[in-house]
Design a protein around this ligand. Structure first.
Ligand SMILES: Cc1cc2nc3c(=O)[nH]c(=O)nc-3n(C[C@H](O)[C@H](O)[C@H](O)COP(=O)(O)OP(=O)(O)OC[C@H]3O[C@@H](n4cnc5c(N)ncnc54)[C@H](O)[C@@H]3O)c2cc1C
Ligand SMILES: *[C@@H]1O[C@H](CO)[C@@H](O)[C@H](O)[C@H]1NC(C)=O
Ligand SMILES: *[C@@H]1O[C@H](CO)[C@@H](O)[C@H](O)[C@H]1NC(C)=O
Ligand SMILES: *[C@@H]1O[C@H](CO)[C@@H](O)[C@H](O)[C@H]1NC(C)=O
Length: 440
């Protein structure tokens, strides 16, 4: 171990998985530092959009916060998962299926980031540090990380007992250990936006969207059109979150980001195309949204392993996924909660056993979830599946519609004991334990 006393983890990535790792490892008695390439913590709410959290993730987050009740202030319930279909010619909608026992909560990415960040000591963060490389020392007792200080160009070395890679779906750390893993383009991109309606609450746009979608504020709405689908829900502080998935060829400009800045011509074209597909109430919301953006949707086949000696992957780095099961953030939270428990159980001396147990618990379930999300996305976009007829909105059977429900996403067949101890002792204001998983 490096020096005396507490073992030390270097976490690369200061987003949700990185901050969550800092909390979970601190609770397990580890010293942590976080290296993040962006120059400062995100401030204000323009960053990111809507995220859905399940009851288990909420409890785990609560167990990390000095005042868990504050999560209530930044989330809205999503009690209902409702799938509609839209007839693009007549612009009429009808319900395909509705689950009134859904039990997630909606949060703005930036708010979640803020509460996780504010509950950590600021001196563990290195903002504006770009991770370059990791070297595992010969006897595997520690790792040496090289990072570039972006402001000065200086290269620094940081030593630790463990490297936690929370560097996102394009992880350069994963790339080093698994150079042959390629991201798979889903076949579609997502137009996304967040409409702040705090100043236009009584406008026609808001009145008509509430009339067309009466359960806004407690419902996650999906709307299926011909070969396309969209998502709509409300977020705290008077915001509407929307997503529209559009089939299109893989973009040629491949940078290091899956988010793309767009120009006003593209936005106008998107508005015109939306008019051909969606009901006018939804189109109005899209048109009034400032700065919509595009995400190109990628995932990756499940990895064969997620740790090597003293390097471990968590969050999107461990399982790049499409967003259709609302899993990405809550998978990250469960990853690090399990990692923390494994490290505590085995101690820093038995790091390999700890990481092996983490992998044994997480890899099978996250792999299934990634593949399930992939399938659901293809179904909803009317794309070919090897073993199923394309989804036909007008002739679809009720049994087939069951497949659309998010509660049918694979989960642990039973919750690992490791997690049960931690969550039962934390404050139980999310309901009793039967709500831990969506009912089948
Ligand atoms: C700014 C932002 C906004 C987001 N908004 C939403 C949203 O609205 N809805 C949603 O569902 N998901 C959103 N996400 C994605 C969401 O956070 C993830 O899908 C999920 O929570 C898992 O997160 P992650 O921490 O594993 O990965 P990510 O969130 O992708 O975080 C990876 C982090 O690693 C950092 N990093 C990468 N490479 C290096 C390097 N070489 N050196 C140092 N740092 C590095 C990145 O800057 C980033 O902060 C957002 C992510 C970001 C970064
Ligand atoms: C965990 O964080 C708290 C402050 O938030 C700090 O006082 C404590 O020493 C940390 N524990 C470890 C093991 O670093
Ligand atoms: C949380 O919400 C309650 C009531 O909605 C409010 O009184 C309180 O000030 C809020 N707290 C914070 C810290 O925002
Ligand atoms: C949240 O994430 C876990 C772990 O990856 C997943 O198994 C579970 O089904 C998710 N829950 C919901 C309701 O999204």
């Amino acid at each position: 171990m490096v020096g005396e006393g507490k073992p030390k983890a270097v976490i690369v990535g200061g987003s949700i998985a990185g901050l969550s790792s800092a909390h979970a490892l601190n609770l397990s008695g580890w010293e942590v530092v976080v290296i993040e390439k962006t120059s400062a913590p995100p401030s204000g709410s323009p960053t990111g959009a809507g995220v859905a959290l399940d009851p288990l993730s909420l409890r785990i987050i609560g167990s990390w916060l000095p005042r868990p009740e504050l999560i209530h202030n930044i989330t809205l319930p999503l009690q209902i998962d409702q799938h509609l279909a839209t007839d693009s010619e007549k612009k009429v909608c009808w319900t395909l299926i509705r689950d009134e026992d859904f039990n997630l909560r909606a949060v703005h990415w930036a708010d979640l980031h803020r509460i996780l960040y504010n509950a950590l000591p600021p001196n563990i963060f290195f903002w504006g540090y770009f991770f370059l490389s990791v070297c595992i020392v010969d006897d595997k007792s520690s790792v040496i990380i090289k990072a570039k200080v972006l402001k000065t160009g200086e290269i620094v070395e940081i030593t630790g007992d463990l490297l936690v890679a929370a560097d996102g779906s394009l992880s350069s750390i994963r790339q080093k250990f698994l150079p042959n893993i390629k991201m798979r383009y889903s076949g579609y991109c997502a137009w996304r936006g967040l409409l702040d309606f705090s100043k236009i609450e009584n406008s026609e746009t808001i009145k008509s969207i509430r009339k067309a979608y009466p359960d806004l504020g407690k419902c996650l709405y999906f709307n299926l059109g011909p070969g396309t689908h969209s998502v709509l829900n409300e977020l705290p502080n008077k915001k509407l979150n929307w997503i529209w998935y559009v089939n299109q060829p893989e973009p040629q400009v491949k940078g290091t980001s899956v988010t793309m800045k767009v120009n006003s011509d593209m936005i106008q074209k998107m508005h015109r195309e939306a008019e051909n597909v969606w009901n006018p109430e939804f189109v109005k919301v899209m048109k009034e949204t400032k700065d919509p953006f595009i995400n190109f949707i990628y995932d990756s086949d499940p990895l064969e392993r997620i740790f090597w000696d003293n390097v471990v992957l968590v969050g999107d780095a461990a399982h790049p996924t499409t967003p259709h099961c609302a899993r990405s953030t809550n998978m990250s939270i469960l990853d690090v909660a399990v990692l923390g428990k494994c490290l505590k159980k085995w101690g820093a001396e038995k790091l390999e056993s700890a990481l092996q147990e983490y992998q044994n618990i997480r890899l099978p379930v996250t792999s299934k979830q990634v593949l399930h999300a992939r399938r659901l996305g293809r179904t909803k976009q009317g794309l070919v599946l090897p073993d199923a007829e394309p989804f036909n909105l007008k002739s679809v059977t009720p049994e087939k519609c069951q497949e659309l429900l998010l509660r049918n996403t694979p989960f642990f067949s039973h919750l690992p004991m490791l997690l049960l101890d931690s969550t039962s002792s934390s404050i139980d204001f999310w309901g009793n334990s039967k709500n831990l998983r969506p009912k089948m």
